[in-house]
Design a protein around this ligand. Sequence first.
Ligand SMILES: C[S@@+](CC[C@H](N)C(=O)[O-])C[C@H]1O[C@@H](n2cnc3c(N)ncnc32)[C@H](O)[C@@H]1O
Length: 158
Amino acid sequence: MEKFRAILNKIKPLGFSKKSKLLDIGCGTCISKEFFLCDFYGIEPSKNLVVQHPLGQEMINNKKVAIDIAENLGNYFSPKKFDFIICVTAAHHFKEPKKALRAIREKLKETGIVVFSLLKNTEKQTEYEVLKYFRIINKTRPTAQMKDTILVCSPLPT
Ligand SMILES: C[S@@+](CC[C@H](N)C(=O)[O-])C[C@H]1O[C@@H](n2cnc3c(N)ncnc32)[C@H](O)[C@@H]1O
């Protein structure tokens, strides 16, 4: 998966390691767990997708994966818990982007990094919302191999 490789290449120089706490927003089948070898967490509204991963049910039972939408992230995990948060081709699904993005910032360490991989033709609107809560430190435009726009961001102070 080109997107996960591209994100991994961006966060490695920013301190990503197997000890990092990483949250995947809209993690689907948790396929990213195979790429981001670390202390992995997720939130995903579709239980049917999560349980497709061999460890999916176990991660739900252990409260490593919450079955809910990003807008309700405030109900799970401690504030300022995560070193890295990724959101891969999922932000365009947010019904209440401000609520979701505010909750993402709240769960990120002050020194943390969030990476949004944005679906083609949705990137402008999402970037507009992202800028209210985050500073973009790196932006990669789509290529032939990778159609998403990738934003690497740090949190703005609250
Ligand atoms: C295109 S899939 C991407 C899945 C995964 N991130 C990947 O790259 O394989 C979009 C995911 O966003 C989830 N989703 C839909 N609405 C959401 C919301 N409000 N908050 C978080 N995730 C949502 C969907 O259930 C789906 O799993």
